[in-house]
Design a protein around this ligand. Structure first.
Ligand code: NAP
Length: 633
């Protein structure tokens, strides 16, 4: 079967014989992929001219609801994706992370719509006064870029890898061209088929290239955004593409990462933290066969607990049932391909020059329900590097499989130093019940890691674990990890938008942003603003109320009603050496009195008051003072 590419509104098979895509469990051919004959220049141009205008004119609310609808639609079809996913060697749990984890990104980004304005563009931060007279100011707006997001993805998460990025660029109003890694692209293709069939996205919002796309970056321009996930070698080569440099195309890179997990000095064998540590490391070694960018590669252990950790981890790994990923009892499936098994073996050999293998074998593996010969199976491999400051291969060599290395440390400062030797990672974790140790490690190690998880008894029950990037938190890491940043809620969406500083009078900036700016002209409202429907309200529409003088007796009464007897409201004999000159009204009384002045009492379009975002009590109001309200939309 030839996999088709979804380009320029059609499913198209490439020319030629193509590359065979192999079932990781049986060794049989699943499909062939070819991109021969595809014109990448035209594909990108189509995204810019068809997908981009359709998405950019939608508001954040509309885009968010579109993502939610798509997520719900895909959830209905998830069973068929699991069937396909087994062929990549993934177990049910691995597939859940990939498939439903991917859909989770759609839902999480959909929820962001509440944090953005009900407009196609975003108003970033607060206005800035640039003049003494208050009639010249600055602000920032962010508009969707006019290009396409080109996503070049790694083989390990064919669904999550696509959706963690697409959910974000669609929310921003930018279309995507997705190029999954060739060997697992048949799973990405199955999901894209459903996405296209759903007709939920506007045409052009998503194009898919299944297979090699060596020249695609030769056609990007300055309004495009490229994201790359894969090995550092490929990433660096692509980042140096002259087109990326000459057109100043944003290039987000997520590459190799020698993540670490530290057992705190306090977490002795027998403590709950010790048990949590062993479970965490085992999971990160075996889930997805260790083919996770966030997997723990370096296990840092207080020197006197090294043997205990080695024994405990060995026992846990021995319990791992390896075999056909479709079987319920299987805990670890196959790697993605035999080539990947070979690659991991070679990297283990590099590590093995100084570190000894203390669990597992490169030559034999016991497999249930499948053939060890035909499938890409490998035993988990645990190594011990006794001199991690001297022998640094462990901080440089990434074996992208079920492989991890124990190393000793003696002080928390030493653990920090070891963690830095990885030269930039996506995630580090420390398992400790001592928050002083947690603080020292976190603050000192943070320069070199994109995320740090502190795990203890308190957080463990609800923790999402060392290996899970979350859509609302930034994912990425410095240095070796690529120096990129993605996801992260609103932060991620902004990567696909252009920020522009705007300057003008407060009245003009109010018009442009749709948000009233201090000092802008009021539009005196012919009717009370509560009588208008939301759509009919304009920024700057304003009402000045009648006045009310605050009485001494009212302050006393409010103290009785609220039970707030703070001295400034109740005891005028104690005002000496304070900021108060007379009996001051309660801030909450003034707020309530303000409501009394501005609320239009009759039933109308206004449903309810659900709160105040920023409220400050800056100056005292004394009895005898007169107040009024200026209510501005
Ligand atoms: P890879 O070989 O670097 O490939 C990554 C992607 O780049 C694939 O889609 C590949 O396409 C494409 N590619 C390769 N050469 C290209 C070129 N000249 N022009 C355009 N595209 C090109 O990496 P991988 O083996 O798939 O993934 C394993 C690596 O990814 C590991 O090192 C792992 O640490 C890293 N990774 C990092 C993260 C993260 O978030 N930091 C996540 C997952 C994986 P083809 O498949 O068609 O060659």
């Amino acid at each position: 079967m030839k996999l088709e590419n979804y380009i320029q509104g059609n499913w198209v098979a490439g020319d030629g014989e193509g590359t065979p895509l192999i079932n990781a469990v049986t060794g049989e051919e699943v499909a062939v992929a070819t991109t021969k004959g595809l014109d990448f220049k035209d594909i990108l141009a189509y995204g810019r001219s068809v997908g981009n205008p359709a998405l950019r004119k939608m508001t954040f609310q509309e885009r968010g609801l579109m993502l939610k609808k798509l997520g719900l639609y895909l959830m209905k079809h998830k069973a068929k994706f699991y069937e396909v996913s087994f062929k990549t060697g993934a177990t049910k749990v691995d597939s859940w992370i990939d498939i439903e984890g991917g859909f989770g990104n759609l839902f999480a980004n959909a929820s962001l719509r509440r944090e953005f304005p009900n407009k196609p563009f975003h108003v970033d931060g607060e206005g800035i006064d640039l003049s003494k007279g208050g009639q010249f100011m600055g602000h920032h707006i962010m508009v969707p870029k006019r290009g396409v997001a080109v996503h070049i993805n790694a083989f390990n998460f064919p669904v999550w890898g696509m959706l963690e990025k697409c959910a974000v660029n669609w929310m921003a109003g930018v279309p995507a061209v997705v190029k999954p890694a060739t060997n697992t692209s048949f799973l990405t293709e199955a999901v894209v088929r459903e996405i296209i069939a759903s007709k939920i996205l506007p045409e052009g919002a998503l194009q898919l290239i299944c297979g090699s796309a060596r020249t695609i970056l030769d056609h990007v321009d300055s309004q495009d955004i490229v994201t790359f996930t894969g090995s550092a070698t490929t990433g660096r080569m692509l980042k140096a593409n002259p087109r990326i440099i000459n057109e100043a195309v944003p290039f987000n890179m997520e590459a190799d990462s020698l993540n670490c997990s530290v057992l705190g000095l306090d977490a002795a064998p027998g403590t709950p933290e010790f048990t949590l540590f062993i479970k965490g490391v085992k999971a990160e070694m075996t889930v997805k066969c260790g083919q996770k960018c966030t997997a723990i590669r370096r296990i840092m252990v207080p020197e006197n607990y090294v043997e205990d950790v080695q024994i405990a981890l060995g026992k846990e790994l021995a319990r791992t049932n390896i075999g056909d990923p479709a079987l319920k009892e299987t805990r670890m499936g196959a790697l993605v391909s035999k080539d990947q098994v070979q690659e991991v073996k070679e990297r283990v050999a590099d590590l093995n020059k100084t570190a000894e293998i203390v669990y597992g074998s490169l030559d034999t593996v016991e497999v249930n329900g499948a053939s060890a010969e035909n499938g890409a199976f490998l035993s988990p491999i645990l190594l011990l590097e006794k001199e991690p400051f001297k022998n640094t291969a462990v901080h440089n060599v990434e074996a992208f499989g079920p492989v991890s290395t124990i190393m000793p440390y003696s002080t928390t400062a030493e653990a920090v130093e070891l963690s830095h030797l990885g030269m930039g990672s996506l995630v580090a974790s420390i398992v400790t019940g001592d928050d002083k140790i947690a603080t020292e490690f976190t603050v000192e190690a943070a320069t070199h890691h994109g995320r740090i998880l502190v795990l203890n008894q308190e957080s463990a029950k609800q923790s999402t674990g060392h290996g899970s990037p979350l859509p609302t938190l930034t994912h990425g890491g410095p240095g070796r990890a690529g120096g990129g940043e993605e996801m992260g809620g609103m932060r991620g969406v902004k990567h696909y938008m252009q920020r522009c500083a705007i300057q003008g009078s407060p009245t003009t900036i109010t018009e442009i942003t749709g948000i009233y700016q201090q000092g802008a002209k009021y539009k005196e409202s012919p009717e009370h603003p509560f009588k208008y429907h939301f759509e009919d309200i304009e920024a700057g529409m304003s009402l000045k109320t009648h006045r009310r003088t605050i009485m001494d007796s009212e302050i006393a009464n409010f103290a009785n009603i609220s039970w707030d007897h703070f001295y400034a409201h109740t005891d005028i004999t104690s005002l000496g050496h304070t900021i108060f000159e007379k009996r001051a009204a309660h801030g909450y009384f003034i707020l309530s009195a303000a409501a009394g002045l501005f609320v239009y009492p009759n039933k109308g379009p206004v449903a309810a008051n659900y709160g105040l975002d920023t409220c400050r009590f800056m100056r005292p109001i004394y009895h005898g003072d007169t107040i009024y309200v200026r209510l501005t939309c």
